[in-house]
Design a binder for this molecule. Structure first.
Ligand code: BDR
Ligand code: CA
Length: 314
């Protein structure tokens, strides 16, 4: 049976490419819906961007929802300096045909967990929607089969503060609720996403596929890598969020280790830090399968293959 998933995202170029990977893989993944949250850019844009990705991929049967427009207890931080003013700079923003569903994202996730006893949640933005679901309906936790998230960092330090990765930093209270919810979690933090670089050669190969989705992907990556290549001194930007979907499709591309991950929610200096007990030096319980290595070439082969499914020259 296909795994039922809900992608909860804040597009964001890399979120958008994660959506494309899932849209191309519906023979393997039963995508119940796309829920959006405020993060890289405000909610009004993240929900619109998700709908635009449905348009580009010509996906007409996946509902898109808007969720929380701010973190649980803090003011929203955004990342236009990385993603551009729209969040998806690199493609021309249009008014999408794909409608926004009236239902709140949190209500949709709750309804899905009531309807099905095994749903995998795939958060690739701040975890505000997911934490709100957990807070409101803890009795539905057993219906969460797994949470496959992009967030946190251990060896790589932070990308938005010295100690914290963006998704966790934006809503550390939500991340804390999610990481300690007791359901199985697979987490893709910067330790692994920083190895999945969209080099010029890889972007050229994507551009060569020659369909609307690969063109949009190449356009977004070309924008995205300007900022990150300079910041990290690397050829290409990390393609963070699609790691979640890639793992669902080909878990053998990644190495993971069961560890405890705890989130700093108080310290002014290190707020949003994920304390990853990689060497089991505490007695804190294991709560996460932490991804620490990836076959980057294998990841990109998967992406090339799936983008070509939308039609085109190769
Ligand atoms: C995460 O933050 C956002 O900028 C990206 O979309 C990704 O989800 C990486 O830290
Ligand atoms: Ca994201």
């Amino acid at each position: 049976m296909r795994r039922r998933i809900i992608i909860d995202c804040d597009p964001g170029q890399d979120d958008a490419i994660g959506l494309f990977l899932a849209f191309a893989s519906r023979d393997e993944l039963d995508l119940l819906g796309v829920t959006t949250v405020a993060g890289n850019v405000p909610l009004a844009l993240t929900q619109q961007n998700a709908r635009q990705m449905c348009d580009i991929a010509n996906v007409r049967d996946v509902p898109v929802f808007a969720g929380c427009d701010r973190p649980l207890r803090r003011a929203l931080l955004t990342a236009e300096h990385v993603h551009g003013r729209t969040g998806i700079d690199g493609v021309d923003v249009i008014d999408p045909l794909t409608p926004l569903n009236d239902q709140h994202a949190v209500d949709f996730i709750i309804e899905s967990l009531r309807q099905y006893d095994a749903v995998t949640l795939v958060p690739t933005g701040p975890m505000t929607n997911i934490a709100t679901v957990i807070q409101r309906e803890p009795a539905l936790l057993p219906s969460i089969e797994r949470i496959v998230l992009m967030g946190g960092a251990m060896r790589e330090g932070g990308n938005y503060s010295p100690s914290a990765e963006f998704n966790v930093l934006v809503d550390p209270d939500a991340a804390d609720i999610v990481f300690s919810c007791g359901r199985p979690i697979t987490a893709f933090g910067l330790d692994v996403t920083h190895k999945v670089l969209s080099t010029r050669e890889r972007v050229a190969r994507i551009r060569g596929i020659g369909n609307a989705v690969s063109d949009a992907t190449a356009g977004m990556l070309s924008f995205f890598q300007r900022h990150d290549s300079k910041k990290y001194g690397a050829d290409g930007a990390p393609l963070h969020d699609p790691c979640t979907v890639a793992w669902l499709l080909k878990p053998e591309l990644f190495k993971t280790k069961p560890v405890n991950v705890s989130v700093e929610t108080d310290s002014e200096l290190t707020i949003g830090h994920t304390a990853v007990d990689f060497w089991h030096v505490t007695s804190r319980p294991v709560n996460v399968d932490w991804a620490y290595d990836v076959d980057a070439d294998g990841f990109y082969e998967l992406l090339f293959d799936r983008l070509a499914r939308f039609g085109g020259e190769t």
